[in-house]
Ligand binder design. Structure first.
Ligand code: AMP
Ligand code: SF4
Length: 467
């Protein structure tokens, strides 16, 4: 039922010297959003050059490669995925020549009507080279009868449904757009070039801005498209904004729970502060006596600090993380996933032995990580282990660009709280309430978020119809 699709990071750099090097650093900052493949397209005003390959950003690119990606504008992409028969073809940016010239495109998200659109494009004669939803866009743009690229992009966007943050690069322009619900994040920043001229950056997360010294300006609004032009004139105008769809925000609440880096500003708010608030809220909802609060590193750290502060129970770094392996979630088989947890996390036995501990993590998906953690903590001699989760139970899969498994694999969707506790092996198990999560974001009742993975209420009719 669910298609695995790329969940990723996108960046666009406009009017900057060595734009591809800035894209490289931005992608490096956003490596956590995708570790499978990385790519950059750059334009020198005459032609677009693209390089992409499998692996981490530092493995894919070197000085020689970046030197060949010449130009003052570039876009880039990190891919996060578990499938695709030809992984290289399925990496981004996607590049194409068409009747108006050349275009490259990078996408973070998931198009919910991709199958239907692709089917009708194939019936009309299109030939596809990848399994990517994103390739639909290229075909829709190429086939559009409009005369200007901007109109063709708008034309194409009105035919697709789902979640997206797109960056498009033509030989002289760049376009950045968020879907009508603003499900996936995309922020705008300003770059000051060494000669004092200005350029722009758009990126999935603002941590990319910090690394290259760019200044955060604002988020691109849901349904808004920014058009960057004039890179080869002396004074670059501020990007032009077009409202393609009415403002109807439903940003993804899970970005705050897990996906985004804590040092990023996402949907206008700092992620670390929100995660700390989740811990504070959790302590307000569930207060027990224990010897210490221990985070599952790194995903539970900020919430554990918040929990400790609110409850007065000491915070300890009782589990140490080995950073030199990837995330556990992306392993294809269950046994490999279990091994990877052991490779990644090791408890400090001297600290834990004979202690009653509260372990804090951000979420439970399949339950594999938590089960292994409890096992290694028991082995290290913990007396009692309480697992506190700083988000509600994940009960529904995501169709909007976050990598979650099918409903049948989501442990909380198929078992009672007591069954989950028993499977995981904790002495107690609690979750932050959805209301508590929303409070942590300081949103009022009228503020909408997509929270479908926690409450099953999908925001678009297309997804509902295909559930
Ligand atoms: P699981 O072992 O399947 O229960 O996965 C839970 C762990 O995976 C938690 O420690 C989370 O930090 C992490 N996690 C949650 N959601 C995701 C996701 N979409 N992609 C990768 N890891 C995730
Ligand atoms: Fe985010 Fe969950 Fe909505 Fe997906 S279903 S967009 S992960 S809140």
């Amino acid at each position: 039922m669910k298609d695995w699709n790329e969940k990723c990071a996108v960046v666009g750099i406009y009017n900057a010297y060595n734009a591809s090097i800035l894209s490289y650093y931005a992608l490096f900052a956003m490596q956590h959003r995708g570790q499978e493949a990385s790519g950059i397209s750059a334009s020198n005003g005459q032609k677009i050059s693209t390089y992409k390959n499998n692996g981490l950003v530092t493995k894919v690119f070197n000085e020689n490669i970046l030197e060949k990606l010449q130009g003052k504008s570039s876009i880039g992409h990190n891919r996060y995925s578990t499938a695709g028969e030809d992984s290289m073809n399925d990496s981004q940016p996607i590049f194409a020549k068409y009747s108006l010239g050349e275009i490259a495109l990078a996408h973070n998200g998931n198009l919910t009507n991709a199958k239907e659109v692709r089917k009708s494009l194939i019936q009309e004669g299109s030939i596809f080279q990848s399994h990517l939803d994103t390739e639909n866009l290229i075909h829709l743009i190429a086939k559009s009868h409009k005369n200007q690229l901007v109109d063709r992009i708008v034309d194409a966007l009105t035919q697709i449904e789902g979640a997206y943050a797109f960056v498009f690069l033509s030989r002289t322009k760049m376009f950045a757009v968020r879907d009508k619900y603003g499900l996936r994040p995309l922020s705008l920043g300003k770059i000051t070039n060494p000669d004092g001229t200005e350029g722009y950056i758009v990126a999935s997360e603002s941590c990319a801005f910090d690394l290259i010294g760019a200044e955060y300006i604002r988020d691109i609004q849901p349904g808004e498209m920014l058009i960057f032009e004039g890179a080869y004139s002396k004074h670059i105008p501020t990007p032009k904004s077009i409202k393609i769809f009415p403002h109807n925000p439903y940003p993804c609440i899970f970005e705050y729970v897990y996906f985004a880096r804590p040092d990023s500003k996402v949907f206008g708010k700092n992620v670390y502060e929100i995660r700390k608030q989740m811990g504070i809220q959790l302590a307000k909802e569930y207060k027990i006596d224990a010897d210490m609060v221990i985070p599952v590193p790194d995903s539970g750290v900020a919430a554990a600090i918040g929990y400790s502060r609110e409850s007065g129970i000491p915070f300890e770094l009782g589990i140490i993380r080995n950073h030199y392996i990837g995330r556990t979630f992306i392993e294809p088989t269950q046994s490999a996933r279990e091994l990877k947890v052991r490779l990644k996390l090791n408890p400090i036995a001297e600290l834990i032995k004979d202690k009653e501990i509260i372990i804090i993590d951000d979420s439970i998906v399949r339950g594999t990580t938590s089960k292994q953690i409890i096992k290694i903590l028991r082995h290290a001699g913990a007396k009692k282990i309480h697992l506190f989760i700083s988000s509600p139970p994940t009960i529904s899969p995501c169709f909007y660009g976050v990598d979650t498994p099918n409903k049948s694999e989501l442990i909380c969707a198929n078992h009672t709280l007591e069954e989950v506790r028993d499977f995981i092996g904790a002495d107690s198990l609690v979750f932050l309430s959805l209301e508590g999560l929303r409070k942590s974001i300081s949103c009022d009742d009228s503020e909408n978020f997509c929270q479908a993975c926690f409450d099953g209420n999908y925001i678009d009719d297309f997804t509902k119809a295909n559930l």
